[in-house]
Every structure is written in C-alpha cells, then in structure tokens.
Ligand binder design. Structure first.
Ligand code: ATR
Length: 272
C-alpha cells in the first residue's frame, strides 16, 4: 500500500491522518497515512528513511517547513513564494516541494462566499503562516492588505519582499482606524489563549474575522471579534482540510470533497 505521513514536532494532536484517511475512503484510494514525530535536528534523516521505506509523499508541519524547502530538488511557484514547503512528493528518486496552505485559506474563504476582490484586508502576524498566504490573497485582487505585527520590522520585511503597492506594514497600535472587510489572525497567539491588542474600531457589521487556529471552542480572538459585532467569525478548520485536499490531489490526482470531512472533523472535535 502507498505510504504517506506528516512530519512535525509536536505532532501528537495532528488531525492530518484522520483527514487523509477520510479522503482515501471517499475516493477509493488505497493508501496509508501516519504521523511521525521528528527530533528537532532529525528532519533530513527522517525524510531519507521514509523514502527508503517506500514513502510516496509527506506533509510537513511546524517547525520543519523551511527546512523541507532546502531538501527539495524541484519547487512549485507557491513553495518558492512562501519560502516554505508543506507538501513533499517523492518521485523517481527526486523530491518535489509544494505549499498548499495559502490556497487552502483562500478556498475556505470562498467556500463561505466571502468576496476578496476590492476588499480591505488586515493580516495580523508576519511569521511563516502570514507569509504563506500573502500571494494567494493578492491573487484575489483585494484593494489592499495591511500587515500588522508585534515586531514591526518583520511586517516591513514582508512588504519589501513582496513589493506590491497594495501592501502596507505597521504595528498593532498604528493600524489605520477604519473597519476592514476581512481580518485574518495569522499570529500564533491563539495557541496560548491570547490575541493581538487591536482596536475594536477595526471591526464593524460587515467585517469577517478569520483565525488560522482552530479548536473545540472558538479562539479568544474570535470570541472577542464576535462581541465587537463582526459579521462572521471563522476558525482554521476549513483551511486545514482545504490545504490537505490540495496535497491529496497533488499525490493522487483526484480532488476529494472537503465539506463532508470538515463536518466529520467538527463532530470528532466536539467529543474529543
Ligand atoms: P508561524 O509559522 O505560526 O507563523 P512564526 O513564524 O513563529 O510561526 O510566527 C509567529 C507569529 O505570531 C509572529 O508574527 C509573532 O509576532 P513576532 O514576529 O512579533 O514574534 C506572532 N505572535 C506570537 N505570539 C504573539 C502574541 N502573544 N501577540 C502577538 N503576536 C504574537
């Protein structure tokens, strides 16, 4: 049976095996997908071993996405632009790297019928997660994207790297005080139950707030946004399933249905 896995550290709580097994069942593909814990210095060796064992492909998660890029013989445009790889394919002794995170986010937003064209977007965070979604978001023709980060220089660096007139950078206290159509929390603050201190004035009745993090409960950012009267609050569950579906398609050349898997995952989280 064809072998796939996800490499990460930590990896215990990864939902990727659940998602890919659902995709495999749905599309009648015979494959096995496991999670693999990797020591911080052991990533290149872990990939080598998996290939030697006949692995066909792998997902890569925190903190190995940048290292994964270094291992690849071929990179997709999205991997190059994101500077990170979350999907590896092992074909005839060569390693192909892709990044499906950004498209996964955009597809999830479109699934909610959120129109991105001409919209004003606020992106909170300037780490790997923010960087990976910038170009897929720009491709949807927003009016502008303000990148706000705790460390302002990192937001500035992103703007310099992408050189697009529609990008603007600042700290959380200098965000232009006008409501946004869409606010995306790409910081890892939600993982520790906090969120960036932004002004409530940035949210109005047409603002959609999205957190890339998901869990059984709404993240603290989304709870706060809801109280401020946001039109809609959405967590990162759909992005997770969306990016997995694109990886699955890269490996198996078949597109699984995400809706049923999102529902199954929600049900699974509710009883967890
Ligand atoms: P990831 O791959 O998840 O983006 P990362 O590259 O380490 O991880 O980036 C984490 C992001 O979350 C950064 O933008 C970080 O801000 P700094 O650049 O100032 O470190 C942001 N972040 C983490 N904890 C935060 C907090 N408590 N408040 C605000 N921003 C936070």
């Amino acid at each position: 049976m064809d072998q796939y896995c996800v490499f990460g550290n930590p990896i215990e709580h990864s939902r990727s095996p659940f998602i890919h097994q659902q995709f495999a069942q749905q599309t009648q593909q015979k494959l096995n997908y496991e999670k693999k814990f990797v020591e911080l210095k052991g990533f290149p060796q872990a990939v080598k071993t998996f290939i030697a064992q006949g692995g066909k492909g792998a997902n890569v998660t925190v903190p190995f996405k940048e290292q994964a890029l270094q291992l690849c013989d071929h990179l997709s445009e999205s991997a190059k632009q994101a500077g990170a790889v979350n999907t590896l394919s092992f074909i005839k002794g060569e390693i192909y790297g892709d990044n499906t995170d950004g498209i996964g986010l955009v597809q999830d937003l479109l699934r909610y019928n959120i129109s991105l064209a001409k919209s004003r977007i606020l992106l909170l965070g300037a780490g790997g997660a923010a960087k990976g979604v910038l170009l897929p978001l720009l491709a949807e023709n927003p009016a502008n994207i303000v990148i706000a980060n705790r460390t302002v220089s990192k937001a500035e660096q992103l703007c310099m790297q992408f050189t697009d007139k529609r990008l603007q950078s600042c700290g959380f206290d200098k965000i232009p005080q006008q409501p946004f159509n869409l606010i995306i929390n790409a910081t890892s603050a939600s993982l520790s139950g906090t969120f960036p201190a932004i002004s409530p004035q940035l949210i109005c009745e047409y603002t959609v707030c999205y957190d890339m993090v998901y869990g059984k409960e709404l993240t603290s950012f989304l709870q706060w946004a809801r109280i401020q009267g946001a039109e809609k609050v959405i967590d990162g569950l759909g992005m997770l399933v969306g990016q997995a579906a694109i990886s699955f398609n890269i490996w198996r050349n078949v597109t699984p249905d995400t809706e049923t898997v999102i529902e199954a995952l929600k049900a699974d989280l509710a009883v967890a």
